[in-house]
Ligand binder design. Structure first.
Ligand code: PEP
Ligand code: MN
Length: 287
């Protein structure tokens, strides 16, 4: 690569750090992301039933997650697959928040839905398939809620930063970047987890960076190890799929952890998170 390496990120001036330790701290309900701590978001791929969501929320809260994930509007590859509960799903998420104190992150798929999703959610998720839907980015930005921006599956790091710039340019600086795996020729995992993107983003971007090992792996047996690499790479958090009965999940069951598997993963991650807390800053600033 040439000496002009930084030029590829020039379209994202408000995302790039102007000092090595510059970092946007995002507040989502009672949870702070990007202040040096490590935040786990967990829950089912899709909100299915009240019982499924409540049980999952209680499990992930007890294991140390701070934010409940769950899709109410689902971007499904097949038009015949379950498309999500919509508004009923949002209502269930709000009920789970009230019962557990977890903050809520959920996907918004259409610009017209942004206000109603913002009424119920603490963080609006822009999915991989929507990363370049600029009308949606603008509508989501205007709600004033923090935005979890997932990397498109064929997006470069520069593309991701451009989309983040789009949100910030519409007056919303509270963006969390998410590496969730990209398309490559390899079929061993659902997507190829680009751990280098986490390292690069932490060095050049001021925004918090989290990892989604579930959509990267596609298979639950790989999720804990990918989560560990995300901690070691300096991520600010994780978003992980968890289901009471993964084999019966209405979407993404193969990559969802059971409650016991999530408990074990969280316990195993704890010492790595402590290590990250001691040397994470050093990781980010070594140039
Ligand atoms: C999801 O979080 O369930 C999801 C659809 O993720 P992605 O947009 O990364 O595929
Ligand atoms: Mn999913």
């Amino acid at each position: 690569m040439s000496g002009n390496w930084e030029a590829q990120f020039a379209d994202a001036p408000d995302i790039l750090k102007s000092a090595p330790d510059q970092k946007t701290v995002v507040q989502a309900g009672p949870v702070v992301i990007g202040n040096g701590g490590f935040v786990t978001m967990a829950g089912p791929c899709s909100v299915e039933t009240e019982r499924q969501l409540m049980e999952t929320a209680e499990c992930v809260a007890a294991a140390g997650a701070r934010i409940l994930r769950g899709g109410a509007f689902k971007p499904r590859s097949s038009p015949y697959a379950f498309q999500g509960l919509g508004l009923d799903g949002l209502r269930l998420l709000a009920r789970a928040r009230a019962a557990t104190g977890l903050a809520v992150v959920t996907e918004v798929m259409a610009a017209a839905d942004a206000p109603v999703v913002a009424e119920y959610a603490d963080i609006l998720q822009i999915g991989s398939r929507s990363m370049e839907n600029y009308a949606l980015l603008e509508a989501a930005a205007h709600t004033g809620r923090p935005i979890l921006l997932k990397r498109g599956m064929v997006a470069t790091v520069a593309d991701l930063l451009r989309s983040a710039q789009c949100i910030v340019s519409h007056g919303n600086p509270n963006v969390i970047l998410c590496e969730r795996g990209i398309r490559t020729f390899d079929t061993a995992t659902r997507n190829t987890f680009d751990v280098a993107a986490i390292v690069v983003l932490q060095q050049i971007a001021r925004l918090p960076v989290i990892a989604d090992p579930s959509h990267a792996a596609g298979r639950r047996q790989f999720v804990p190890a990918l989560a560990r690499t995300a901690v070691a790479a300096g991520a600010d958090g994780l978003i992980v799929e968890v289901h009471p009965h993964p084999d019966q999940a209405w979407s993404d069951g193969e990559q969802s952890l059971s409650f016991a598997e999530f408990d074990t993963m969280m316990a195993d991650l704890a010492p790595w998170c402590e290590l990250r807390a001691c040397c994470g800053c050093a990781l980010e600033t070594v140039a």
